[in-house]
Ligand binder design. Structure first.
Ligand code: SF4
Length: 332
């Protein structure tokens, strides 16, 4: 199903309609709080967007990079598509597809995602703890986290979509599982890289990668390494995120350091797995490492990489490493 800006205009006043997605799956996602946009995209209000509005507490990326959680749009162009089956993923693994055949128009997705966010926020009008000014700000997001669920690089017009967000003066954070270096190469060639590019590295070696990420072939780990080698050539802010699952991939600092050395990222996030969502069907609460364990890992990795600890958020069990041990917010 293809959509265009003209079609989007016709939809702006009405409810979100139309989807190539299986209606049952769509209903399940909507019950979980998603707004489905077009045929393959989705929006969900982030817990921290709500916390920022009602309690004044932002997410760790607000602490680390200076974004405003209240003004962050959390979305994905691939709500139902991924090419991996990570055990720790908090989303359903019953993916509709491991690729996107048809694709919606990027400006349609952006306009409709912003509209969906406004609708999701509308319930905060009149909330005793949310001022009108703050809500007005939230209704005009200046940041997008393209990371909600699925693998966004499977959307073949991702670069154009990032451009559309940039045109609206929004910073763009993209999270990828690193299995599609060709897409990143093309985005670089077209000058369409995000403000900040995350690559998840959740296995220190191929054996653990096979068990924890459930790749469909032998190619994915090789592709991940290709992406890591590509990272130093990309003119944007780069982040390696280690999602740490106790009993599975926590430790092996030497091996992680070898992989990170390929990427030479500006930032390394060491982040404890959270026992939430559908991951509870695959893992146990014991697989959540304590913040102390995440910090120990971060210290060892920092020592091997020559990086320093720049910040941490115990409530999110996350530690940030940077090359000089200092913060580098996006506004600087
Ligand atoms: S950056 Fe991520 S965690 Fe922070 S407000 Fe946006 S979606 Fe939520």
């Amino acid at each position: 199903m293809f959509r265009s800006p003209e079609m989007a205009k016709g939809l702006l006043a009405g409810p979100l309609i139309g989807s190539a997605m299986d209606p049952e799956r769509r209903e399940v996602l909507e019950r979980q709080g998603y707004r489905i946009v077009g045929g393959h995209s989705g929006v969900k209000l982030c817990h921290w967007t709500k916390a920022s509005l009602t309690k004044g507490v932002g997410c760790y990326k607000q602490t680390f990079y200076g974004i405003d959680s209240a003004r962050c749009l959390q979305m994905t162009p691939t709500v139902d598509a991924c090419n991996l089956g990570c055990m720790f993923c908090w989303r359903t693994q019953e993916w509709g597809s491991d690729s996107l055949v048809d694709s919606d128009d990027p400006s349609f997705i952006v306009e409709e995602s912003l509209r969906a966010q406004r609708e999701l926020l509308s319930g905060y009008g009149g909330h005793p703890k949310v001022s009108k000014e703050r809500l007005d700000e939230a209704l005009h997001p200046n940041q997008v986290a393209i990371s909600l669920t699925g693998e966004p690089t499977l959307y073949r017009r991702l670069g154009e979509m990032i451009d559309e967000f940039k045109r609206r003066n929004m910073t763009t954070f993209l999270v990828t599982n690193g299995t599609t270096p060709g897409v990143l190469r093309r985005m670089h060639a077209e000058g369409r890289l995000p403000t900040q590019l995350y690559v998840t590295v959740a296995a220190p070696n191929e054996a653990i990668y096979r068990e924890l990420m459930a790749p469909k072939s032998d190619n994915e780990f090789r592709k991940l390494q290709e992406t890591l080698e590509l990272l130093p050539t990309l003119p944007t802010r780069t982040v390696i995120r280690h999602t740490l699952v106790d009993g599975w991939n926590l430790g092996w600092e030497e091996d992680y350091a070898r992989l990170d050395a390929l990427a030479k990222p500006m930032f390394i996030e060491c982040k404890g797995y959270s026992f939430v969502g559908e991951s509870r069907l695959r893992l146990k609460a014991d697989n959540m490492p304590s913040h102390a364990a995440v910090r120990r890992f971060a210290e060892r990795l920092a020592g091997r990489m020559g990086y320093g600890i720049a910040a941490e958020r115990p409530d999110s069990r996350v530690v940030l490493l940077t090359t000089d041990g200092r913060l580098h917010p996006i506004s600087s």
